[in-house]
Design a binder for this molecule. Structure first.
Ligand code: ACO
Length: 354
C-alpha cells in the first residue's frame, strides 16, 4: 500500500499529462513549450474548459467582466479580512462567491484570485484598491491592480507564469478539488479545497521560502557551506525535488526563460543560477540514488519578485493560475458522477470485548 498514493491512478483526465520520466507536461494536447509565452491565460483557460464548461463568445471580455463582478461583490467585505494573512484573506473572500456550476460561476472563480490578491495587498498597505479594467488582459490587469500601471514586460511575464502553472495532472490541490467535486458540491467548494491544499510548503508554499533561502545564502556568502549545513540538519531545500519528475521540471525552464526577459532580474538571476548549481551538487551528494532536480518553485520565486509581488503573496499568485485547472478538473470529475471514496486500513486495537 502506498501511503502517499504514489502510483495510484485515481482519475482519468483529458486535461493534462505529466510525464515524470521525460520531463514533459502536456495540457490538452499541447506541450508546455507550445503554450508558455505564446498563449494567453484566457486562451489556456478556454482550452481547459472546452467541452466541460460552455465557453463565452469572447473569453477575454468575459473574464474582464468576471473580474469586475468579483470586485463589486467582495470589495465591501474585504476590510473585515484585514487582520488575516493575504492568502487566508483571499480564501475567505473566495468563499463569498456563489457555489454554482454555471459558466458565470466558473469565470468568477478563475477571475477571483487575480482581483483579490492585489486588492488585499493594497488594503494591507493602507492604499486604495484599484478596480479592474475589463478591457485589459487578465495578467495585465492584475499588474495594474497591484499599482504598477500598464507594464507590458511585467504583464507578459505574469501571463507566462499563469499559463505555466494552470494545470499539472493530479497534484495534491487538484486531487482535493476533485474529491470535493465528486460529492456534487459546487465549484466554489472545490476551489476552496484546492486553496487549502495549495497553501502548504510541500506544494504551493515554497517560492517565498526560496527567496528567504537566496537572501540567507547571500548574507552568509558561502552557498556550499550554507546548503550543506541545511541538508545535514535534515531540512529540505525549497524549490528542489518532485514527487513525479525524475528529471528537471519543464516548468522551471519555461519560467527561467521568462525571468531572463525581465530587466529587473539581472543580478538576482545570476545569483540564483549559481545557487541552483551548488544546490543540485549538494543534493546529489546527499541522496546519490534519488534524482532531486529543480522544480517549478525556484524560478517562480524570481519571476514573481521581479513582477512586483511581495513574497507573502506568492502562493496566492500560484492560485491565480492553478484555479483554471481546479475548475476544469472539478467539472470533469462531477461529470463522471462517481464519488471518490477510498478506504483506510485500521491499525489500532480491536474493539474491547464487553
Ligand atoms: N531537499 C532535501 N532533500 C530532499 C528534498 C529537498 N528539496 N526533496 C526530497 N528530499 C529527500 C527527502 O528528504 C527524502 O529523503 P529521506 O527518504 O531520507 O527522508 C528523499 O529525498 C525522497 O523524498 P520524498 O519525500 O520521497 O519526496 P516526495 O516525492 O515525497 O517529495 C517534495 C516531493 C514534497 C516536493 C519534496 O521534494 C520537497 O519537500 N521539496 C521541497 C519543497 C518544494 O520545493 N515544494 C514545491 C514542490 S513543486 C509543487 O508542488 C508545485
Amino acid at each position: 500500500m502506498a501511503i502517499g498514493l504514489d502510483d495510484v491512478v485515481a482519475a482519468e483526465t483529458m486535461l493534462s499529462d505529466v510525464d515524470g520520466a521525460r520531463g514533459q507536461l502536456v495540457i490538452r494536447g499541447h506541450r508546455l513549450d507550445e503554450l508558455a509565452g505564446r498563449a494567453s491565460f484566457e486562451q489556456v483557460t478556454a482550452l481547459l474548459f472546452d467541452g466541460l464548461i460552455p465557453l463565452p463568445a469572447a473569453m477575454p471580455a468575459a473574464m474582464g467582466a468576471a473580474r469586475g463582478e468579483v470586485f463589486g461583490r467582495t470589495r465591501p467585505l474585504l476590510p473585515l479580512l484585514a487582520d488575516l494573512p493575504v492568502y487566508d484573506a483571499m480564501r475567505a473572500a473566495v468563499a463569498l462567491l456563489a457555489d454554482g456550476t454555471e459558466t458565470e460561476d466558473a469565470l468568477m472563480l478563475v477571475a477571483a484570485p487575480a482581483v483579490l490578491i492585489p486588492a488585499l495587498l493594497r488594503q494591507a498597505e493602507g492604499r486604495d484598491m484599484i478596480a479592474p479594467d475589463p478591457t485589459l488582459g487578465h495578467a495585465a490587469d492584475a499588474v495594474r491592480m497591484l499599482g504598477l500601471g500598464r507594464d507590458a514586460a511585467r504583464a507578459a511575464a505574469l501571463d507566462t507564469y499563469l499559463v505555466t502553472v494552470s494545470d499539472h495532472g493530479l497534484n495534491a490541490s487538484t486531487f482535493a478539488a476533485r474529491v470535493v467535486a465528486s460529492t456534487a458540491a459546487g465549484l466554489t467548494s472545490a476551489v476552496l479545497a484546492g486553496l487549502g491544499a495549495l497553501k502548504g510548503p510541500l506544494h504551493g508554499g515554497a517560492p517565498g521560502p526560496v527567496l528567504d533561502m537566496l537572501d540567507a545564502i547571500a548574507a552568509a556568502g558561502d552557498a556550499r557551506a550554507w546548503l550543506s549545513r541545511a541538508v545535514a540538519r535534515g531540512e529540505r531545500l525549497m524549490g528542489f525535488g518532485h514527487r513525479i519528475y525524475r528529471v528537471r521540471d519543464p516548468r522551471a525552464d519555461a519560467l527561467k526563460a521568462a525571468v531572463a526577459l525581465l530587466p529587473q532580474t539581472a543580478g538576482r538571476l545570476a545569483e540564483a543560477q549559481a545557487v541552483e548549481a551548488v544546490a543540485l551538487d549538494v543534493l546529489r551528494a546527499h541522496r546519490p540514488g534519488r534524482v532531486l532536480e529543480t522544480n517549478v518553485e525556484f524560478y517562480t520565486a524570481l519571476l514573481l519578485e521581479a513582477v512586483g509581488f511581495p513574497r507573502e503573496a506568492f502562493t496566492g499568485v500560484f492560485a491565480m493560475g492553478r484555479v483554471a485547472g481546479w475548475v476544469a478538473h472539478a467539472r470533469e470529475q462531477a461529470l463522471t458522477g462517481r464519488l471518490i471514496r477510498p478506504q483506510s486500513r485500521y491499525v489500532a486495537h480491536p474493539p474491547v470485548a464487553a
